[in-house]
Design a protein around this ligand. Structure first.
Ligand SMILES: Nc1ncnc2c1ncn2[C@@H]1O[C@H](COP(=O)(O)OP(=O)(O)OP(=O)(O)O)[C@@H](O)[C@H]1O
Ligand SMILES: [Mg+2]
Length: 288
């Protein structure tokens, strides 16, 4: 924030408590400013998401249960519903980076997939201004194709022209650092470690400026150096106007990249506000 007049040296002299207070003030201002002046990019309105799991009763899949089903001539078990997101609402604005936190299975990835338009909502609506792109550790790259083919296909899929792909190709490979350990870019993706695959995925997605960029845990798989590089790139992407959502269990990555954080548990919104306030409470195990 331009109006927070404090130098780095001054900040270094502050105690942890004072620095947290300063961060709180800064985040609050940024959140308030975003609400007042900016255009909404993502509106999530009372969203419910229900997974329908076919044949998910106990014993499914084991040979004995299949045999007993055959003998008793019962049909395979019915559909089980998992109500993963339960009435979540919030609005994100242009230029904002929003952290999404919550324990395992709280519904973060589900919510991101729905914002990306990959999952239907059972109830409620999601409105996005611009094209959202989901960048997850599970995002689809083709295992049997080489890294090089995946870069080209990924860029084309994001809407780049073949000329733009050619122009960006080398910088994507360099950013990913895939070739630091040999000519891996010409080998099939299945020969990559999960961290290497995640790096390539992030590098492809980060080559383009996105209206709404959704990042699911993508940072935590890379090593230290790559994490720093990708955090810097996220900050750039924000400046280039889009909105960034970041799901991470690394609270410091959230602190460093997002001024606002949404906390969900068992599919419900617990808290939505300035990062330091929300993450602080989450870490202390408190509830608002
Ligand atoms: N494909 C699926 N089919 C059925 N249920 C699912 C599916 N994916 C997720 N779920 C369920 O939906 C709920 C939310 O899962 P989700 O993956 O969104 O959690 P998360 O917050 O991303 O967790 P984590 O921190 O572990 O990544 C969980 O109860 C999970 O079991
Ligand atoms: Mg997840």
């Amino acid at each position: 924030m331009a109006d927070t007049v404090i130098t780095t040296e001054q900040e270094a002299e502050l105690t942890g408590e004072e620095r947290a207070a300063l961060r709180r003030e800064r985040d609050a201002k940024a959140v308030a400013a975003a609400k007042e002046t900016r255009t909404p990019t993502v509106v999530v309105d009372d969203v419910h998401i229900v997974y329908k799991v076919h044949g998910a009763s106990a014993g499914k899949g084991s040979a004995t249960s299949a045999l007993s089903r055959l003998i008793s001539r019962k049909r395979s078990p019915a559909i089980t519903e998992v109500h993963a997101v339960r009435g979540v609402s919030f609005t994100a604005y242009k230029g904002e980076a929003v952290g999404l936190i919550g324990s395992n299975g709280s519904g973060k990835s589900t919510l991101l997939s729905a914002i990306a338009g990959l999952l239907p909502t059972e109830k409620g609506g999601i409105y996005t201004n611009g094209q959202p792109s989901l960048l997850g550790v599970n995002a689809a790259l083709m295992d049997d194709l080489t890294g090089e083919r995946n870069v080209v296909l990924g860029c084309l899929a994001m809407g780049m022209s073949p000329e733009q792909v050619k122009a960006r190709y080398q910088s994507i490979v360099d950013f990913s650092g895939i070739n630091e350990k040999g000519e891996f870019i010409n080998l099939p993706m299945r020969t990559y470690s999960s961290g290497m695959a995640a790096r390539l995925r992030f590098s492809i997605a980060a080559a383009k400026t996105h209206d709404v960029l959704l990042i699911d845990e993508a940072l935590s798989t890379g090593d230290q150096a790559f994490q720093r590089r990708s955090e810097a790139r996220i900050r750039e992407l924000r400046k280039e106007a889009g909105t960034v959502f970041l799901v991470s269990h690394n609270n410091n990555a959230i602190r460093d990249t997002c001024e606002r954080t949404v906390w969900i548990e068992t599919g419900k919104l617990i808290m939505d506000g300035p990062t330091e306030e929300v993450v602080g409470m989450y870490e202390r195990g408190e509830r608002p």
